[in-house]
Design a binder for this molecule. Structure first.
Ligand code: PLP
Length: 291
């Protein structure tokens, strides 16, 4: 099992992979990124991840240093070079090194791209079997109500701080609750509830969420299964009273949530609809990498 890094397209061992201290990603979190995983050794939904990266970059005015196609080839070659059965891929694009220190984005002319491939570590099987606990975390995020809302920008400090509370509580994720007491998403996941009538509900894009690739796939799988879907803001108290709750992300797929702030959700066990969706989701991922 190996890790491999590509900086500006050049492959190197992780120990040799170094970026300048003047890089704006380091100085200001002035970057965008994607997290991708493989199924059967092939990246899942690579074109959608690349499109989202390009959209995130455009929203903060970082010019892509190479074409999206070239980025895709680099990701593919890094995965093959690492040679793991399943890989975790982190693709980062920073605004690069500025001519001098200073916030002016015009000081940098060339974005830096980094691909990191490591062996995939999936959540433990018990987390799917028994479900996970989460905590709520009230906050405004750096990008909320800004032109970068919904972009996957490098500044994840809020999620880092939320994760401190997650760790303290022995939980698996933080539900981000905005100033209007609405659960918008997880620190690094999207949130879904299953209502008592079986409808799947998830917050709309306007709530300032990251449009998760997993979320999108869950929605298409739900349509295939004939599960009704609504896009609605989710007050925290409503989420706590839902029949089922789950979070979604590329690495964690769909994780059933069985308690929020130590209050039991639904039956206290992973819900039937959640597990149907998880199974159909995994089938869809495996099918799509073969297509
Ligand atoms: C804030 C946030 N929301 C949602 C997601 C889920 O996105 P995806 O399903 O594309 O991994 C992530 C993933 O890291 C995230 O950081």
């Amino acid at each position: 099992m190996t890790s491999l890094v590509l900086i500006d397209g050049r492959p190197m061992a992780p120990e040799a992979a170094k970026v300048s201290v003047f890089d704006r990603g380091f100085l200001y979190g002035d970057s965008v990124f994607e997290t991708i995983r493989t199924y059967g050794g092939r990246p899942f939904a690579l074109p959608r991840h690349l499109a989202r990266l390009a959209k995130s970059a455009a929203s903060v005015f970082i010019d892509l240093p190479v074409s999206v196609e070239q980025l895709g080839r680099e990701v593919q070659s890094a995965i093959v070079g690492a040679g793991n059965p399943e890989s975790y891929v982190r693709l980062t694009l920073t605004r690069g090194v500025g001519e001098t220190l200073g916030l002016d984005p015009g000081l940098s002319r060339h974005a830096l791209r980094v691909v990191i491939v490591t062996p995939l570590k999936s959540p433990a099987p018990e987390m799917y079997r028994d479900g996970v606990s989460v905590v709520s975390y009230r906050t405004e995020r750096v990008t909320d109500n800004s032109p970068a809302a919904g972009a996957k920008v490098g500044n994840y400090l809020t999620a880092v701080l939320a994760n401190r509370e997650v760790r303290k509580a022995g939980a698996a994720e933080a539900l981000i609750v905005d100033g209007r007491s609405r659960v918008v998403e997880g620190a690094t996941s999207n949130v879904f509830v299953v209502e008592h009538d079986g409808t799947l509900v998830t917050p709309p894009e306007e709530d300032g969420i990251l449009l998760g690739i997993t979320r999108e796939t869950v929605l298409s799988v739900a349509a295939d299964l004939g599960i009704p879907v609504r896009f609605e803001s989710l007050p925290l108290e409503h989420v706590k009273r839902a029949a089922e709750v789950f979070i979604s992300s590329s690495i964690r797929e769909l994780l059933p949530v069985v308690s929020i702030d130590r209050e039991v959700v639904g039956s206290g066990a992973p819900g039937v609809v959640t597990m149907r969706l998880l199974s159909a989701f995994r089938d869809q991922c495996r099918r799509s990498v073969l297509a």
